[in-house]
Design a protein around this ligand. Structure first.
Ligand SMILES: Cc1cc2nc3c(=O)[nH]c(=O)nc-3n(C[C@H](O)[C@H](O)[C@H](O)COP(=O)(O)OP(=O)(O)OC[C@H]3O[C@@H](n4cnc5c(N)ncnc54)[C@H](O)[C@@H]3O)c2cc1C
Length: 291
């Protein structure tokens, strides 16, 4: 199907994009990689009257570290992370997820920020952003504001971005030498959305206890969800198989998956448990810690 008619605005600077967003208000949508928005428009699930294309904005294409954060600009493609030497060397969670989002063609167009703004119930980047405690930077008429990822992700396909605003970047705390992560995803075939997936990131204290835990699941509820009780259970403890089992058992308690062609609700809930357990174990392995 063809999309409904729309006006197309090509922006060459953040100021130009902001002016267009403010002029057209709720009628306007940002076009980033177009990998979710264009299909939604073709199926008439989205009918924006105005598309504000941010792809020509060179100042939004960056991937660098500053003030303790990895900063990913709004037009930075997934593929930029997948092949970045610094990411490969130091960001095990991001390395793992960047290889399993969609397929290589989609990853060369889709953006990390666009994916988080889309907030698909099966999004891989939203779960990763939760586990790594990311912050979104959003610009509106009154300037720029920072929003923690937990507040940013409101509901399916809904975020804290307000009318006339756009996201400029996502900031991810740089993992220190005692931090490792894992992304566990079950998909029907390469390139598919998750049947269920879990993002895990653990930081250790020198005494062998867990300092910080980030755990999130996706595709098993209306949005990606932080498994808060599992995180709490791990922090301050020495890893053991019993502890991992108990933490993983928290995942199905917050899951509310819909049965579909990818599996029954029971199967998906149980996979949330299994994948969180595997994610914790793999993170510990990468840390050189035995449980
Ligand atoms: C075949 C296929 C398979 C896929 N498989 C997966 C998968 O396995 N896992 C997964 O997570 N995703 C998957 N996707 C989605 C893909 O990762 C998208 O790229 C991503 O969800 C959206 O990023 P985008 O840059 O293309 O955003 P767009 O499609 O351009 O935009 C998506 C939404 O976000 C808004 N938006 C984008 N950028 C901004 C901004 N800077 N500020 C405010 N709003 C903004 C847009 O207005 C729109 O509403 C798949 C897509 C396809 C086509």
């Amino acid at each position: 199907m063809f999309p409904a008619n729309f006006e197309y605005i090509r922006s060459h600077s953040v100021d130009e994009a902001m002016a267009a967003m403010q002029q057209h208000g709720s009628e306007a949508r940002i076009l980033a990689g177009g990998q979710s928005l264009i299909p939604a428009m073709r199926y008439r699930l989205a009918r924006p009257a105005v598309l504000v294309d941010i792809n020509p904005i060179k100042e939004l294409s960056y991937l660098h570290e500053k003030d303790g954060f990895l900063i990913i600009g709004a037009t930075t493609r997934d593929a930029a992370l997948e092949f970045d030497k610094n990411i490969l060397a130091r960001y095990s969670l991001i390395t793992a997820v960047s290889r399993v989002v969609a397929d290589p063609i989609v990853r060369h167009m889709g953006t990390v920020v666009g994916s988080i703004c889309h907030n698909d119930p099966s999004g891989d980047w939203t779960a990763t952003a939760l586990a790594s405690r990311a912050t979104m930077v959003v610009r509106g008429a009154n300037g720029t504001r920072e929003i923690s990822i937990d507040e940013f992700l409101v509901d399916s396909f809904t975020t804290a971005i307000e009318e006339g605003e756009m996201a400029l970047e996502v900031r991810i705390p740089i993992p220190d030498a005692h931090t490792q992560g894992s992304y566990q995803k079950i998909e029907r075939k390469v390139g598919d959305y998750a049947t269920c997936a879990a993002a895990v990131q653990l930081s250790m204290n020198a005494d062998g206890t867990i300092r910080q835990a980030g755990i999130a699941i996706t595709a098993v509820g209306p949005i990606a969800m932080r498994v808060t009780e599992a995180e709490k259970m791990l922090v301050g403890q020495r890893p053991s198989l019993d502890l991992i089992k108990a933490a993983a058992s928290e995942a199905p308690k917050i899951a509310s998956p819909n049965p579909d062609q990818r599996g029954s609700a029971e199967y998906k809930s149980d996979m949330a448990r299994v994948l969180v357990g595997r994610g914790i174990k793999e993170s510990l392995q990468r840390l050189g810690v035995s449980a």
